[in-house]
Design a protein around this ligand. Structure first.
Ligand code: DX5
Ligand code: ZN
Length: 218
């Protein structure tokens, strides 16, 4: 397996201390931050939007990479605001748009990397036509909406297939990933690892992050 990057999801952190929680993760060796944006419509939960991302960018400085996981019904609407707020990658859901092509173009024109996410019920064949135009595919390993759910190992064939077809594509897994499930992800070929509760709720996040990273190179 190849080396991979670890992006803590701050959804299950103390959201009243968001800046400090992000810093804590970066201090513990996080490679990037996975920021879960939910609009209460695409998923049955609300988190935060571009004003919060803008504050985080100011608080954390230029360096940290922000991967915005856009669980929203109108991904077209937030490209510009998120770019201005300081997002590095804009990961939208295939299920949320009828025209991925123009959206991908718009994200690029706003100088962000492009991520394309699929829910567990969406096939990898639906994503494939776009794979050559994106930087990262996100294979959801839970139904999006909440942290702390159980990892769906039956999503691994999607990761495996994508890895075979598109060797240089970044492939991210998100949902229920932790020390018990990382090996399946690594073996399937994921190289961007989102981990929420397993990292956030640990007494020793640094060890968990290291463990996840090392699992990918064994
Ligand atoms: C779920 C989010 C995930 C989630 C991951 O809708 O997209 O990023 O916060 O949290 P865990 O690792 O706890 O499943
Ligand atoms: Zn996410």
């Amino acid at each position: 397996a190849q080396s991979c990057k670890i992006g803590p999801s701050i959804l299950n952190s103390d959201l009243s201390q968001l800046g400090a929680e992000c810093k804590r993760m970066l201090d513990c060796g996080a490679d990037y931050l996975h920021l879960d944006v939910m609009d209460g419509h695409f998923v049955p939960n609300i988190t935060f939007g571009h004003p919060v991302v803008e504050c985080l960018r100011k608080e954390l400085g230029k360096e940290p990479f922000f991967d915005l996981h856009m669980m929203v019904s109108k991904p077209e609407q937030w490209v510009k605001p998120m770019a201005v707020a300081g997002a590095n990658q804009y990961t939208f859901h295939l299920e949320a748009t009828n025209s991925p092509g123009p959206l991908i173009k718009d994200i690029r024109e706003n100088c962000m990397k492009v991520g394309l996410a699929i829910k567990p019920g969406t096939t990898v064949e639906d994503l494939a036509p776009w794979a050559n135009q994106i930087d990262m595919a996100l294979v959801m390993t839970v139904e999006p909406g909440f942290g702390g759910q159980k990892f769906m190992s039956d999503m691994m064939p999607k990761v495996q297939w994508l890895r075979t077809q598109f060797p240089s594509l970044d492939i991210e897994v998100d949902g229920g990933v932790g020390p018990d499930t990382i090996h399946k992800c690594a073996e399937a070929g994921a190289n961007m690892i989102v981990s929420g509760s397993a990292v956030m709720k640990s007494d020793d996040p640094r060890s968990v992050i290291n463990l996840l990273r090392n699992a990918c190179v064994e």
